[in-house]
Design a binder for this molecule. Structure first.
Ligand code: AMP
Length: 489
């Protein structure tokens, strides 16, 4: 068995790894760390949940442990598609570099330029950035990229989805030709292939199996659902969701509930709260500070249910999620893989249940083709009749215990029976058209690029709703502003 100590990492990095309690390197770490330490380019085909963040942060810290940064000339660069992911990578640096004296700067939208410039001016060993914010700093003349020795591109396929590839190409061209590149993507779309052929030099290619196709620790199922009447479908589907949660009983410690549409994220979260479930919504239209607070609450266990859209939750590493519910069948099969990958992380067990309406069966077929196995049905749909019963879905029967634990109002859902304002789609949902737009849908790069840039990488190009630049403000988690120096005391 390969151990971390076999990988040639700096002893101070090994000490920090030992503190985390990891027993052995994951396959992507085992594959990527040795060539990275040799100075080779690395192409890692892996998604979150595989330990890929440590597969680039550990060798980077080991290599950067020697040498000092010069003012305005960072020595290394990590590019991430979203603010949340950048903040998460920064957290990883904090954990693994705790015995090493390194300065990091996090350049993401919502944090004031002044603060970020101050860190860059002091000399940053590691710059963790979203592409737009990085180029903003560069264009203001506050940053030189000619000292970059190591450049990491994380979640390249997500960058592609969000229309960042031209930014990435530009950033590549601003860094020295001699830099080392560590490049990670969950999939190799033709455009990603092109970028790697252009900018990587004879990379060590490490591919780890997709989580969804191999993960035996995630129990998957589908529940077929058909509303009794079109106008009752939403109400009935929300009830079905509650029944499913209830039938999981205490096994369901916490859960992420994914919806395809932002309007459903809001409605489902509101409805769950009304029925006494501790839920909060997270999607691309909510303010960054609000998103961070909600995520922090879910991470630390003070919030049990996170109702989410794909853009807000993809790639996030939230350990210990026991359940993922797909309120809808995602329209892109890939998203199923990303969604269910939020549970069953780092070898833990997870459960995922998806609700499938008749109109979603084609998408379900696509998912099954992608993951190369049939997803077990929790029950066959009941034969259709016109009797008008509430929910024509076969849900797993709640256990006797959980049935008796049913809240009283569950039997008589006052709000659901006659949907009132709170249950209706939010009034600001101007048009169905805008709300049904998938959040991640790529858009053409155009003249409003600068506006987009201000929104930074939270800039999902279509989901931007309010379109305003929202800051982390006072809610910025403390670790974001911390440099390694400060923590070294
Ligand atoms: P990532 O793929 O980087 O998002 O990491 C997924 C999760 O795996 C994170 O919670 C890490 O803390 C955890 N992790 C990373 N490396 C290891 C390891 N060698 N052993 C166990 N867990 C790990």
């Amino acid at each position: 068995m390969i151990k971390f100590s076999d990988l040639n990492l700096d002893p101070k990095v090994l000490k920090a790894v030992a503190d985390t309690g990891y027993e052995k390197p994951t396959p992507i770490q085992e594959g990527a760390i040795p060539p990275a330490l040799e100075g080779r380019d690395v192409l890692g085909i892996a998604q979150t949940g595989t330990g890929k963040t440590a597969s680039f942060t550990l060798p980077m810290i080991s290599m950067l442990a020697r040498g000092r940064a010069r003012a305005r000339m960072p020595r290394s660069l990590v590019l991430c598609p979203t603010r949340e992911l950048a903040a998460q990578v920064a957290e990883n640096f904090d954990a693994y570099a705790k015995y090493v004296k390194l300065n990091k700067a996090l350049l993401i939208g919502g944090v004031s330029f002044k603060e970020q410039e101050a860190v860059i001016n002091r000399g940053a060993d590691v710059l963790i950035a979203t592409p737009g914010r990085l180029l903003d700093h560069f264009e203001r003349g506050k940053l030189l990229l000619t000292g970059v020795q190591i450049m990491v591109v994380d979640e390249a396929d997500r960058m592609l989805d969000m229309g960042f590839i031209p930014d990435i190409e530009r950033i590549f061209s601003l860094t020295p030709f001699t830099r080392q590149t560590l490049f990670f993507s969950a999939t190799m779309a033709p455009e990603i292939e092109r970028i790697t052929n252009t900018f990587l030099s004879n990379p060590a290619r490490i591919e780890v199996a997709r989580q969804a196709t191999t993960s035996e620790n995630i129990t998957q199922s589908v529940v077929m659902f058909k509303g009794s009447r079109k106008d009752r479908e939403g109400t009935e589907k929300r009830k079905l969701l509650r029944d499913l949660i209830e039938s999981e009983g205490e096994k369901c410690k916490n859960a992420i509930i994914f919806c395809n549409r932002k309007v459903d994220v809001d409605t489902v979260a509101k409805s769950m709260k009304k029925y006494g479930l501790d839920a909060a919504a997270i999607h691309g239209d909510l303010e960054q500070s609000h998103r961070m607070r909600t995520l922090d609450g879910f991470r630390d266990g003070s919030l049990r249910f996170l109702v989410a859209s794909d853009v807000a939750a993809r790639g996030l590493d939230i350990p210990n999620v026991s359940h993922v519910f797909n309120y809808d069948v995602p329209s892109h099969a890939e998203d199923y893989v990303h969604r269910i990958g939020r549970t069953g992380r780092a070898g833990k067990k997870g459960t995922t249940i998806m609700i499938c309406s008749p109109r979603d069966t084609r998408n379900l077929d696509d998912i099954e083709a992608l993951v190369k196995h049939a997803i077990p049905r929790s029950g066959e749909p009941l034969p259709e009749d016109d009797a008008g019963e509430a929910v024509k879905a076969e849900t797993p029967k709640p256990s006797r215990r959980s049935r008796s634990a049913k809240p009283k109002h569950e039997d008589k859902p006052k709000a659901e029976a006659a949907p009132k304002q709170a249950e209706a789609p939010a009034p600001e949902a101007k048009s169905e058209k805008s709300e049904t737009k998938p959040e991640d849908k790529p858009q053409e790069r155009n003249s409003d690029r600068n506006n987009d840039r201000n929104r930074d990488s939270g800039r999902s190009r279509s989901g931007g709703g309010s379109g305003k630049s929202v800051g982390l403000g006072d809610d910025m988690p403390a670790f974001i502003a911390k440099s390694f120096d400060e923590r070294m005391g």
